[in-house]
Design a protein around this ligand. Structure first.
Ligand SMILES: Nc1ncnc2c1ncn2[C@@H]1O[C@H](COP(=O)(O)OP(=O)(O)OP(=O)(O)O)[C@@H](O)[C@H]1O
Ligand SMILES: [Mg+2]
Length: 362
């Protein structure tokens, strides 16, 4: 898929931008504070319905405006279709997403149309941060290849919340606890199964992408499902019910899952340099895009904030070549346009210059 035209209204310092995009590479350059990351924010809002920097979307609306709007023409390949997509967020908290003239129920529907991957200055957290980041990485993948996963995930979250509320209650209703536990277990097992199957499918793609990046070593991704390997969830939950009551939360299950990402058998976060960790993040996300394409026949959209600051020239080239080979549309920012010399392909890119929130094709 790719976005052929984008219109941005009042996103941070981008007051009004309307541009035609390239279906492959789009380079956005300009000095510090010109609006490059804000441009990626606009795309992220469109693809995910949320900011990648702020929980509170009011911070993303231009200081002088009462609302923000991002709209786009989106071309899908599989099946071939053109969609008109738009999101609007007002300062008083109203959020609206529309596709082809119809209101969408939730941002999940946006995500299904635009499989979007972001890599920015905080992405090393995928390896160095807490397990939530890795679960989000994994769930992004499962969500995009398993249409029923969203519904399952919602039911699981709802049931987990009910059980946790009960655990936090002073006087425990044992029957209710048993009922919620019995409901939670099959949902947890179904999530675990989807995640495990996804990781099996992803493994070959991880190895193939890692081979394209020299110096990375042998990559492996292991899954910790959120409870001991040698017990069923039912056994673990029965055994730990007293502890759950004490801490007021469910201690085992997919909500505690994690990934162990290793290079040559050693935990990546314990052994790699910062640059190598960044490269590994690129490799993992590109592997997801490769897998997604092989399963769904569709390419992903990549947002790469300040690529030149993150990787050396050789590795930048390997990343960009990979994006071209995967037919991805990508948006890459940097301060100096010459940093992209020899990286983007001659007739397969567009350059945009940003200054004080105004963008022009250059
Ligand atoms: N809500 C807002 N309204 C107006 N301007 C904002 C808002 N939020 C941030 N800005 C400003 O927008 C400008 C552009 O920020 P942005 O992060 O896009 O810059 P950038 O080009 O990515 O810079 P850098 O090269 O330093 O990363 C900054 O000057 C910032 O202060
Ligand atoms: Mg920036």
């Amino acid at each position: 898929m790719h976005i052929s035209r984008l219109e941005v209204h009042q996103v941070r310092n981008l007051k009004q931008v309307a541009i035609d995009l390239h279906s492959a590479a789009n380079v956005v350059y300009g000095i510090n504070g010109s609006g490059k990351t804000s441009f990626l924010e606009a795309l992220h809002l469109l693809g995910r319905g949320k900011s990648f920097r702020h929980r509170d979307l009011r911070l993303v609306i231009n200081h002088d405006a009462s609302d923000l709007i991002v709209s786009a023409k989106v071309e899908r390949q599989s099946p071939p279709r053109t969609h008109q997509l738009g999101v609007k967020r007002t300062r008083n908290g109203h959020f609206m997403a529309r596709m082809d003239g119809e209101n969408l129920q939730s941002a999940v529907q946006l995500a299904a149309i635009i499989p979007l991957q972001l890599i920015d200055a905080h992405s090393f957290n995928l390896l160095e941060g807490g397990p939530l980041q890795r679960r989000q990485f994994l769930d992004w993948g499962v969500f995009h290849v398993e249409p029923s996963y969203t519904d399952l995930w919602r039911r699981f979250q709802k049931t987990l919340k009910q059980r946790n509320q009960l655990l936090r209650h002073g006087r425990m209703d044992e029957d209710s606890l048993r009922i919620w536990t019995a409901e939670l277990i099959p949902l947890s097992e179904a999530i675990t199964k989807y995640r495990q199957e996804y990781l099996i499918g992803l493994a070959d793609h991880v190895a193939a992408v890692a081979e394209k990046f020299d110096g990375l070593g042998l990559l492996s991704v292991e899954y910790y499902r959120g409870w001991r390997d040698d017990c069923s969830l039912s056994e673990v939950m029965t055994g730990d019910v007293a502890r759950d009551k004490l801490v007021g939360t469910t201690s085992h299950g997919p909500q505690k899952a994690d990934l162990k990402i290793k290079v040559d058998g050693i935990l990546a976060s314990d052994s790699l340099s910062r640059g190598q960790i960044k490269l590994l993040v690129y490799a993992l996300k590109l592997a997801q895009a490769t897998y997604y394409r092989s399963k769904m026949g569709e390419s992903c959209l990549f947002l790469l904030d300040d690529l030149p600051a993150e990787l050396d020239h050789r590795h930048r080239r390997q990343v960009i070549d990979c994006l071209y080979d995967l037919d991805c549309q990508f948006f890459v920012t940097g301060v100096d346009k010459h940093d992209f010399d020899g990286l983007v392909r001659e007739n397969a890119h567009k350059m945009f210059y940003v200054e004080h929130g105004a963008m022009v094709a250059s």
